[in-house]
Design a protein around this ligand. Structure first.
Ligand code: SF4
Length: 640
């Protein structure tokens, strides 16, 4: 009999993992993935793994990475996952392999208190509202006791407290090495710790900000590792595109000018001209926003620049920013913060030039508005060439894993997006028995998804399902307006608690959902992924329609146009794969455990009437199927 490999032994019934996890059961898929990661590390190659829910992919990459004795980075999709990996999974695997390994959790700069900014605002600031002042005093007290400076530790202030931007830094206002607090700076200390660690846990935003050198002083970390692992890797293409492009926002410029005015008023009292030009520029920036409708919108910026009023406003902003910079230069050397602002203004001016250059090819110029601001973006249409060039330069292994990378048993969409055409691929099916555990229902007699009468159908289906599952349901929508409309009508019809996304934070909604056994949750985007509700707490997931991206999305439009120019079929090459991955994520909320049971209802008859419906159905786990809502309800009732 062939000798067992180190990794197979690790995951075996007698192995080290079984010793530290009581009730550990070996899973073939987990060992297979671990073996593939071992190979990728040995050959310094790239590996793409779709690991169905329940395969145990986290341990399957952590164990070989730790056993290899190499230095590595794990990048996750969100801060929550980062925390879970660092505080729960990593310590367990370390315990089974090598407790002495140094590990570090590194978050983006907006998570760390900035001692300079806290000192700058001193004993509070007359500009603060009462609530901000109250939170500011809590931060000031806490900052003397914390070791990490991670603002998430301070649970007595809200996640979205307005004090957070006041007490944390941005690339625009961080003084870096010139800062008098540099030696005690929490961000600097966290990065130093990461530099000394064997295992660094980051998130995709931080990873790509670093890689694209969008955050200074951190670029030295990534070239030093032997292995990079992306968990939730389906999010990487979109996040990477963001960082490989350029963007500039009226808020960013406005905040910089506001800080400049504050410095003039408190430190450079003889430089009144500075505030005058800065205030004038703030007004001109606000005027640009007024040229757009109030309701937030996204659109094609290159087209907007053809409007003489908008082009004129941009020229005027540019001239005024230059003027502010000229006036500020007169006072250069008098204040470190002001010196930094002069530099940052140059960078903002060059970003403004980049997003206004309509002659550039292979990029999309687009804008988005919030009620008060406008953000201008330049985004590359593809990151494949750039990313594969980066991988070629690094002498490391790369692992990309997620439960949702394939479209109809095919990795090619993901591989071509990322430039991973030579990577090895591996599919690991979920160990769950979906035929027994779950039912997929595409209700009969539904109108087309855009027909007005779909609302009454959705309402009726929601009510029937909630009744059968006694709450414990996620109603996932593709549009915020539709979600609110149906949720409000459901509220009037039932006595149980109806939770609606947007009414409070995501975590607070989830906590209430878990504590109230009969609650039903209405949500959009944020709940389609990264939510793990096991057991009887969640029996039913409804999806209102196939999650195609809005055709108004300017970035999508640019990609579609580019695909057509190259002779491709944008619908099948871009839109369907994107929607399949999103649907798989949403559907994945239902069965999270070997004992879970439940019903997935997708209220979109295109799944059965259109040929492309097969790409969606064929990408979902193999559940029992029905077209009858009654059967779905019977299945739900039988779970009790
Ligand atoms: S180095 Fe930057 S982040 Fe750190 S305290 Fe100074 S200004 Fe704040």
């Amino acid at each position: 009999m062939a000798a067992m490999s180190e990794i197979s032994y690790f995951f075996s019934e007698q192995g080290p993992l079984a010793e530290v996890i009581s009730g550990f059961t070996p899973r073939q898929a987990q060992t297979d993935m671990a073996e593939a990661v071992v190979d990728a590390i040995k050959t310094k190659s790239a590996l793409v793994v779709e690991a169905g829910t329940g395969t145990g992919k986290t341990f399957a990459y952590l164990a070989p990475a730790l056993l290899s004795k190499r230095r590595f980075i794990v990048s996750t999709g969100t801060k929550n996952l980062q925390e879970q990996l660092f505080h729960r999974d990593l310590p367990l695997v370390k315990k089974a392999i090598d407790k002495s390994k140094k590990t570090a959790l590194l978050k983006g700069r907006a998570n760390y208190a900035c001692l300079h900014r806290i000192a700058q605002h001193g004993g509070g600031n007359q500009l603060f509202e009462k609530e901000v002042l109250h939170d500011f005093s809590l931060v000031k007290k806490w900052v003397t006791t914390t070791n990490s400076g991670d603002i998430g530790e301070l649970t007595s202030i809200k996640e979205d407290s307005q004090v957070i931007p006041v007490v944390t830094s941005t690339v625009d206002n961080c003084l870096g090495k010139d800062c008098t607090h540099y030696d005690d700076c929490f961000l600097v200390l966290a990065r130093k710790k990461a530099m000394e660690a064997d295992v660094i846990v980051v998130n995709h935003h931080l990873f790509f900000a670093d890689l694209a050198l969008k955050d200074t002083g951190f670029g030295e970390l990534i070239p030093e590792v032997d292995l990079v692992i992306f968990d939730e890797a389906h999010q990487v293409p979109d996040i990477a595109s963001e960082y490989f492009g350029e963007s500039v926002s009226s808020r960013q410029l406005n905040d910089l000018l506001r800080d400049m005015i504050a410095i003039q008023k408190s430190v450079l009292k003889d430089a009144a001209q500075l505030s005058l030009v800065a205030e004038k520029t703030q007004r001109i920036i606000a005027d640009l926003r007024l040229l757009f409708p109030y309701d937030p919108k996204r659109g094609n910026w290159a087209q907007k620049l053809e409007d003489p009023k908008i082009a004129e406003a941009m020229t005027s902003i540019r001239e005024n920013v230059e003027q502010v910079q000229e006036v500020a230069k007169v006072h250069e050397g008098r204040d470190k913060d002001l010196d930094l602002m002069i530099e940052r203004l140059s960078e903002i001016l060059s970003a403004m030039d980049a997003v206004s250059d309509v002659t550039r090819e292979n990029v999309s110029l687009w804008y988005e508005t919030t009620p008060k601001h406008i953000i201008l973006h330049l985004t590359p249409l593809s990151i494949a060439d750039k990313f594969s060039a980066i991988m070629d330069q690094q002498d490391s292994a790369w692992v990309f894993t997620s439960a949702t990378l394939m479209v109809e048993s095919d990795f090619s969409h993901y591989q071509s997006q990322m430039g991973l055409n030579n990577a090895s691929t591996l599919l690991l099916d979920s160990p769950f028995d979906y035929q027994q555990q779950a039912m997929l229902c595409v209700p009969r007699f539904l109108p087309e998804p855009n027909d007005r009468s779909i609302r009454s159908h959705l309402l009726s289906i929601c009510l029937q399902l909630i009744d059968a599952s006694k709450g414990r349901a996620f109603m996932l929508f593709t549009s915020h307006a539709m979600m609110r409309d149906i949720a409000n009508q459901v509220k009037e019809e039932i006595d149980t608690q109806v939770l609606i996304q947007g009414d409070t934070t995501k975590q607070a909604l989830l906590d209430t959902f878990l504590s109230d056994q009969s609650a039903v949750l209405f949500a959009t985007g944020a709940f389609w992924e990264g939510v793990d509700v096991k057991g009887d707490d969640l029996l039913c997931v409804l999806i209102d329609k196939l999650p195609f991206s809005s055709p108004d999305d300017p970035l999508l439009q640019a990609r579609i146009e580019d695909c057509r120019k190259k002779g491709g079929n944008a619908f099948s090459e871009i839109q369907i794969p994107q929607a399949v991955i999103t649907l798989k994520q949403g559907a994945g909320r239902l069965i999270r455990d070997g004992n879970d049971r439940g019903v997935l209802v997708i209220c979109d008859n295109r799944l059965v009437t259109k040929q492309y419906g097969q790409s969606f159905i064929g990408s979902l786990p193999n559940m029992k199927r029905t077209r009858s809502i009654q059967q779905a309800c019977d299945f739900l009732s039988s779970i009790d």
